[in-house]
Design a protein around this ligand. Structure first.
Ligand code: GLA
Length: 382
């Protein structure tokens, strides 16, 4: 247990416990950095940061997963001297200080059961939990939008991924038994009831992690910017792909480089699918999610080109199975996970079907995770 390990390691009890979940996105991928809509939920897997103040201005962090302890003076931080996992925490600490927060020295213990690097936003969970712990320990108050912005900036500057705001806000704002409809432009959000009774959310990890995922992601962001420049040439009011209708995209297909047109088509059509899926959920009509999820996967595969052979294989295997309401790749892609909504009664036959298919393909069994929609980040006194 965390508090016991903290005491053993640091010789005194922890004072606060911050907890932030990973997320899975039901629908709406690569829309967030285009000021569009997303519909994620928190998974019941968390990163926990146990923390206590120190009298000196040093930060000492131990990660149970990495089995490492790193220590540095809070006002003297250089990214290069740290292993990858610490750059998220040190990055958050350094950005907090740049924004004028007066951070206390502290000891931190990190524990997590969010699968690492698997598309469930383990990094956002770590950033958010670290930001919550550091601010609480230092008596600083930040609202969710500020925490999300800061954590996203840490991801941009210290992890080198020009990500949108979905993962951080999903980790902060999610609520049990609801899906989070989020407008990434206005930051308005709605908790849509998603208390599953006859269904479950099943997450299937393709096991694939592409080394070039970060540069491929950045390339997509760039291609979207090209598309925005094209549409702004037609209408000066266009600020992002959010401002472009599907009719305009279709009418302009041949006037743009084909790749840029395809990227825009994905983003603009995906925004519509998110709205349609949200509407279905508001009616409590889970079964209607299926076609929207299928269309989303095709669009991410063909127009946005962020799927991969294994993700497509899992999706087509699931699509052929009884009891599967809908499925699609989820998150950034280039490997990572598939999210599926399946009938509770069919979960065993579906798992068996996946195992059989992996065997036929000569691949190791795909890891699966069942979840319900969980709560967002919390902080408590130990
Ligand atoms: C990653 C990013 C998010 C979002 C998704 C794709 O998870 O961190 O901001 O862009 O990819 O939807």
């Amino acid at each position: 247990m965390g508090p016991d390990e903290f005491k053993q390691r640091f010789g005194r009890p922890c004072e606060v416990i911050a907890r932030a979940p990973g997320r899975v996105n039901l629908i709406g991928d690569h829309t967030d950095y285009n000021e569009g809509f997303v519909l994620p939920l928190a998974v019941e897997r968390h990163t926990r940061v146990f923390a206590a103040r120190r009298d000196d201005a040093r930060v000492r962090v131990h990660s149970s997963a990495a089995g490492e302890t790193i220590e540095w003076p809070i006002d003297d931080w250089a990214a290069s001297q740290f292993p990858h996992w610490t750059s998220y925490i040190a990055g958050v600490a350094s950005l907090l200080r740049q924004r004028g927060a007066r951070l206390n020295g502290c000891d931190l213990l990190i524990q997590s059961d969010v699968p690492l690097g698997g598309g469930l936003s383990s990094s956002a969970a770590l950033e958010v939990a670290a930001a919550k712990a550091l601010t609480c320990i230092s008596g600083e108050a930040l609202d969710s939008n500020d925490v999300a912005d800061l954590c996203r900036e840490a991801e941009h500057r210290f992890a080198g991924v020009p990500c949108g705001i979905m993962d951080q806000l999903a980790s902060l704002l999610s609520k049990r038994d609801t899906a989070l409809l989020l407008d990434c432009r206005s930051r308005a959000y709605e908790h849509i009831p998603f208390a599953l009774v006859d269904h479950i959310v099943l997450i299937i990890d393709s096991g694939v992690r592409h080394a070039l995922a970060e540069s491929a992601y950045a390339k997509r962001v760039e291609e979207c910017n090209h598309a925005v420049a094209h549409f702004r040439g037609l209408n000066a009011a266009v600020r992002s792909l959010r401002d472009v209708s599907i009719e305009t995209v279709r009418a302009q297909m041949l006037q743009m480089p084909p790749l840029v047109a395809a990227r825009a088509h994905h983003v603009v059509s995906e925004n519509r699918r998110v709205q349609a899926a949200a509407e279905a959920l508001r009616r409590g009509d889970i079964e209607s999610l299926g076609p929207h999820m299928a269309a989303s996967h095709r669009s991410l595969r063909d127009d946005y080109e962020v799927s991969c052979g294994e993700l497509d294989e899992i999706v087509s295997s699931l699509t052929a199975m009884r009891g599967v309401v809908g499925c699609r790749m989820t998150g950034a892609g280039f490997g990572g996970c598939v999210v599926a909504i399946v009938h509770r009664a069919a979960r065993e036959s579906i798992q068996a079907g996946l195992l059989r298919r992996a065997g036929e393909l000569g691949k190791p069994a795909w890891a699966t995770l069942e979840t319900r929609a969980g709560d967002g980040a919390t902080i408590e006194l130990a």
